[in-house]
Design a protein around this ligand. Sequence first.
Ligand SMILES: Nc1nc2c(c(=O)[nH]1)N[C@H]1C(S)=C(S)[C@@H](COP(=O)(O)OP(=O)(O)OC[C@H]3O[C@@H](n4cnc5c(N)ncnc54)[C@H](O)[C@@H]3O)O[C@H]1N2
Ligand code: MOO
Length: 406
Amino acid sequence: MADSPSLRNLTVEDARARILAGAARLGIESVALEQSLGRVLAEPVVADRAQPPFDASAMDGWAIRRADYEPSKAFAVAGESAAGKAYPRVVEAGQAVRIFTGAPVPAGADLVIIQEEAVREGGAVRFEAGEAPKANIRAAGGDFQAGAALLEAGAVIDPWRLSLVASAGLAQVPVARRPRVAILATGDELVPPGAAPRADQIFESGSFSLAALVEAWGGEAFRLKAQGDDAAAIAASVGPVEADLIVTIGGASVGDHDLVKPALRTLGLTLAVETVAVRPGKPTWFGTLEDGRRVLGLPGNPASALVCAELFLKPPLAALTGADPQVRLSAARLVAPLSATGPREHWMRARLAVDAEGRLTADAFPDQDSSLIGVFSQADALLRRRPGAPAAQAGDTVEVLPLRRG
Ligand SMILES: Nc1nc2c(c(=O)[nH]1)N[C@H]1C(S)=C(S)[C@@H](COP(=O)(O)OP(=O)(O)OC[C@H]3O[C@@H](n4cnc5c(N)ncnc54)[C@H](O)[C@@H]3O)O[C@H]1N2
Ligand code: MOO
């Protein structure tokens, strides 16, 4: 059955919208705090306690009543308040309590004089802190109050947010289940790294890279055994796979050996995207199988597959975890001129830098052939050129999509 011509040559935005349609957050699971890094919160984190929970000393010194303060006056040392061991009584007039950073300021006290301005004489202490010493007290709730919304659902747990979740006292964190992504490389020419290729074969590289990207983007990747250009074998490989998304590599174009779509038609494939007006990556396609499983078909050329993973795989993975699927671009200054762009939106491999004035700059690699693995390994951004964009000059502002490297 021929697919509708309206599914061909879609804009990047249209294709992405079709891929995102119906991609809602998967179920919720609870993970240990220390396992939550990189996961997406499925429920908001709300503080059930203020931080700090008490007025806390900001310095090592002495807690007294401000109204009672006079330079050189002798105060009676009444006891000690340390972090984790509060002074249990009220500080009375004429008394000073030894206090340390992070310790609760005892009731009655509203001033901490730093120890550098104090002279201890047995059971007494005197201060030379001027007329209006600084309070050196962190008010209860100064970081956050009980009931405060600390993080929204959809936030990705990073090391800084991890500290917030821990500060809220959570040992278990409610997160979205990670989407399971099956990756299938296809092509008679492919052999796994480590095998001995024939003269007409190459090493399969795409599935390793894509699996790593899927994991970095919050999914759980599993690589299926690569298949040759054999429709029956491709269909048999995909048939039993349990996945939230199946990604195929190669066999997407129009040649006699581009068999992935014909193979998956036997599993009831309905296309939502047939081709995209994007360079590289025109043969990218997307559809659903009869049983509802989603399939993203990436072209085999390595740069095409990796560019289109950024544009069409990262966003649905975000949507399936409840995170923000928006592709966010930055502005950069062009280092060298670019020629006019053709009818397809062009995502050029580029290198970012910061110029002497501290501005972000982008430099597109001269060779943008979609087969080049070496160029991609040096690129740290994709530079977007709109369809039909005129030539651009050095110094022009361009849009870039920084790649997460390292
Ligand atoms: N007559 C036309 N020919 C082509 C068109 C077209 O519109 N008309 N489109 C071209 C474009 S654009 C692209 S992109 C490629 C992509 O085609 P396929 O998705 O069918 O990819 P393959 O032919 O299977 O492979 C292309 C290239 O990439 C190598 N490859 C494939 N898989 C892997 C892998 N897993 N790891 C490493 N390298 C891989 C493969 O050996 C080929 O060299 O089609 C154009 N042709
Ligand atoms: O679109 Mo293909 O990816 O240009 O080589």
